[in-house]
Design a binder for this molecule. Structure first.
Ligand SMILES: [Zn+2]
Length: 273
């Protein structure tokens, strides 16, 4: 399985070392892992402990306490460029665009991030929170040469939003992490089956979906500050959730979403040009 949404944040490392995290991934037969971290350099620790199948991506949250003020750092874009020049990062993200909070997609800092993604030909893992796909549509149309991976299929949005965005923007892929009971709530029916509208969009766009576990715990408690994040200790539950719904798909489609779409997306340089 490709797990394309992992975090190795400072408050996770307090509980699970990089070596232990790699052991957990290996135990679950993860053969491609995409990891982001706060602070950004923490992602490199998993690569070092695991090897080439671990792809660090560059979070703009460069310090441990910058998740909520990163965009105010006037020197940020220069620092990101220097870090991308090392060749150690295979993408940019996770970047959060939350309507009414933090920078908008037209802000200089976000435009700068998109320009860096284009310059270095790396994709952007983008998490938006908005009431419809229309917000993200402005982003993917606004930066047509950037490949975007839409985190959590828009977090709370439905299958129709995914279908609409895939139709609107050929530079968008979608990932289903955090659509489980522990994050945004399960996207599945109460009996665990895949809803018809989701099955339809997976079938219609078989090459555009992938998935991951997003092992941050009690994601509802976004601003929890007093305890370390035990997400990696729940990795098995999260991975099982995804494998259960993947297993319901026809073989060819299942293999694409579980593994090969991610391999094609992450292991090539750029298609957007
Ligand atoms: Zn996210």
């Amino acid at each position: 399985m490709a797990d394309i949404h992992l975090h190795f944040n400072w408050d996770q490392e307090e509980l699970v070392s990089a070596v232990e995290a790699i052991q957990i991934l290996r135990k679950h037969n993860v053969t491609l892992a995409v990891v982001t971290a706060t602070p950004a350099v923490n992602a490199l620790k998993l690569r070092k402990a695991g090897g080439e199948w671990v792809l660090p991506i560059l979070s703009p949250y460069l310090s441990g306490y910058s998740r909520h003020n990163w965009y105010t750092d006037k020197a940020l874009l220069g620092k990101l460029r220097t870090m991308l020049q090392t060749g150690n990062y295979h993408g940019i993200g996770e970047v959060h665009l939350v309507v009414g909070l933090g920078p908008g997609y037209q802000s200089p800092v976000f435009r700068g991030i998109a320009a860096l993604a284009e310059e270095f030909a790396v994709p952007v893992l983008l998490h938006t929170e908005a009431g419809s796909y229309r917000y993200f549509e402005k982003v993917c149309r606004g930066f047509p040469r950037v490949r975007f991976l839409w985190a959590h299929a828009g977090s709370i949005l439905g299958a129709k939003d995914s279908a609409a965005i895939l139709q609107a923007c050929p530079n968008v892929w979608i990932e289903m992490s955090a659509r489980d009971p522990h994050h945004y709530g399960s996207f599945l029916n109460a009996d665990g089956t895949i809803p018809a509208d989701w099955l339809q969009v997976f079938t219609e766009y078989p090459d555009r979906f992938m998935t991951g576990t997003d092992p941050v715990w009690k994601a509802q408690e976004l601003h929890r500050w007093d305890r370390a994040d035990e997400g990696w200790r729940h990795y098995a539950e999260l991975n099982d959730f995804h494998r259960r719904w993947l297993a319901q798909l026809p073989d060819g489609l299942q293999e694409k979403i579980r593994l090969t779409n991610a391999q094609q997306f992450w292991l090539r340089k750029s298609t957007a040009k």
